[in-house]
Write a protein that binds this ligand. Structure first.
Ligand code: ADP
Ligand code: GLC
Length: 485
């Protein structure tokens, strides 16, 4: 089965969040499950520079304002998954991030940049770009690649099926309606059943309409987005797709996240030998200038600082955390108000609160390994990966019971503890009081070493491997016409 994955990010080359982790790991798991998988990626500098053995497949004239475009086929470093790189220097080769300039402003030509990604994915899917490899299925990720489904639907010669995965419905790729003319799509695609979304043009809406199947990254989020509360204005369209929408949980890439082999850590450890975990904690406390104190429950956060992640609740619950003699280490970046508030808290309580504003992959590993609890109090969370990394590292997640957080963490209720199922702490209301109550339960459990050890061991035994997720995707692929083999 030949499957082409289209996405804007891929770990470890370009990453702004969990999408990159998924696009880095899922294709490898699908290959292990027997699929013939390739990627198509925009030629961002980190991608053009790192993809190995690139050879030019085709050169094209100007499209979407790109002067010269070459499509090259190479292999991903580390995973060796084949990847088509769209080298369009005028659109992609620049400093800053994949979607934004260094000052945080959106690139003004994102419409053209991601229309090109979708266009190229669709034309690879129809076999016109690389006649040597024609996929039977295009799997597009998030709004950046969503337009591929529109180009495929508009293309009479296309026989490939399409699957669209929503990693985050809150980012839909909205542009001014008058830019529609630049997309080269038939006019009927701009009508209300097409790309039009409340007077704007929506890349994501089109994929919801025309992909044969739509998935999102957890079963609970798949149900939530069909409601007005979580549907971001698309809940009507989502309900309209009925059973063609499903949720498949993300996994953990064990080659990247494994406390027994992780070279970023001070000491490696496993569920059988947990001694190294406390050495990581002491090292983290020391590195961050906190009081080095084994008995102080250490709460960690690794996150984008955005409204989604509910970190204002952590700020509001901070006095309670401090009163308990607990500690907080946070690494994140984003909303300047949250950055300033957490920085001020660290300044006011240097023995108990430490903050690193920024993005640092290696430190994220040390933080997760060194903390006792990883907090993910999100307002909504399609899947969430940090709680999965926490489980694997014996760092108990404290989460709001939404989306993928609800699907992956078993609250340490009396019954769950008794049955040996508990892996963390969950709360329901998005209020400081609810978070505080869960935090106090975590502090109380931490004071009971035998109970805590049992929770850690249960957490570490959870299997959120990509192999399981890949099997679900394979069955979904096989349910499509022409893909049963
Ligand atoms: P989202 O994709 O919504 O940001 P996820 O939990 O799915 O949330 O994935 C976040 C990914 O980004 C994880 O791999 C996490 O470790 C990483 N991450 C987030 N913020 C930072 C940061 N400041 N430094 C390093 N890694 C980070
Ligand atoms: C998005 C979501 C996150 C999910 C990630 C990978 O960024 O916010 O919950 O884990 O995509 O699917």
């Amino acid at each position: 089965m030949k499957v082409l994955h289209a996405a804007a990010e891929v770990f470890p080359l370009v990453k702004t969040g969990g999408l990159a982790d998924v696009v880095g790991a899922l294709p490898q798991a699908l290959v292990r499950a027997g699929a013939d998988v390739r990627l198509v990626l925009p030629g961002l500098p980190a991608i053009v520079d790192a993809v190995l053995h690139q050879k030019t497949i085709v050169e094209l004239g100007p499209l979407f304002g790109a002067g010269r475009i070459a499509v090259r086929l190479g292999t991903m470093p580390y995973s060796h998954v084949p990847a088509y790189v769209i080298d369009a220097p005028y659109l992609y080769r620049r400093g800053g991030g994949p979607y934004q300039a260094s000052d945080g402003s959106e690139w003004p030509d994102n419409l053209q940049r991601f229309a090109l990604l979708g266009w190229m994915a669709a034309h690879l899917a129809s076999g016109e770009i690389d006649p040597d490899w024609t996929p039977q299925l295009l799997h597009a990720h998030d709004w950046h690649a969503a337009l591929a489904c529109a180009y495929m639907a508009a293309h009479p010669g296309n026989t490939a099926s399409s699957v669209f995965t929503v990693h985050n419905l809150a980012f839909q790729g909205l542009f001014p309606q008058q830019d529609f003319a630049q997309l080269g799509l038939p006019l009927r695609y701009m009508q209300s059943h097409g790309l039009e979304f409340h007077g704007q043009l929506s890349f994501m809406k089109r994929a919801w309409k025309y992909a044969q199947r739509v998935t999102t990254v957890s079963p609970t989020y798949a149900g939530e987005i069909a409601t007005h509360e979580f549907g971001c204005g698309l809940d009507g369209v989502i309900r309209g797709r009925g059973a063609e929408v499903s949720g498949i949980l993300n996994g953990v890439d064990g080659a990247v996240w494994d406390p027994a082999k992780d070279s970023s850590l001070t000491a490696r450890y496993s569920a059988k030998d947990l001694a190294g975990k406390s050495r990581n904690k002491a090292a983290l406390q020391k590195e961050m200038g906190l009081e080095v104190k084994a008995g102080a429950p250490l709460f960690g956060v690794v996150s984008r600082l955005s409204a989604q992640k509910g970190l204002d609740l952590v700020l509001a619950a901070l006095p309670a955390l401090l009163r308990q003699g607990a500690q907080l280490v946070l690494q994140g970046s984003g909303d300047p108000v949250l950055e300033a508030a957490f920085t001020a808290a660290a300044f006011a309580h240097p023995a108990q609160v430490a903050v690193r504003i920024g993005y640092d992959e290696t430190f994220a590993h040390r933080l997760i390994a060194g903390s006792d609890v990883i907090m993910v109090p999100s307002r909504f969370e399609p899947c969430g990966l940090t709680q999965l990394y926490g489980l694997r590292y014996g760092t108990l997640p404290l989460v709001r019971r939404v989306g993928g957080l609800a699907d992956t963490v078993v609250d340490a209720s009396e019954a769950a503890v008794r049955d040996g199922l508990a892996t963390g702490f969950s709360f329901d209301a998005a209020t400081p009081a609810a978070l505080e109550a869960a935090l106090l339960r975590a502090v109380q459990a931490h004071a009971q070493p035998e109970l805590w050890r049992r929770l850690m061991v249960t957490a570490m035994a959870q299997d959120f491997s990509w192999e399981g997720a890949a099997q679900h995707y394979m069955s979904l692929y096989r349910s499509l016409p022409g893909l049963r083999q």
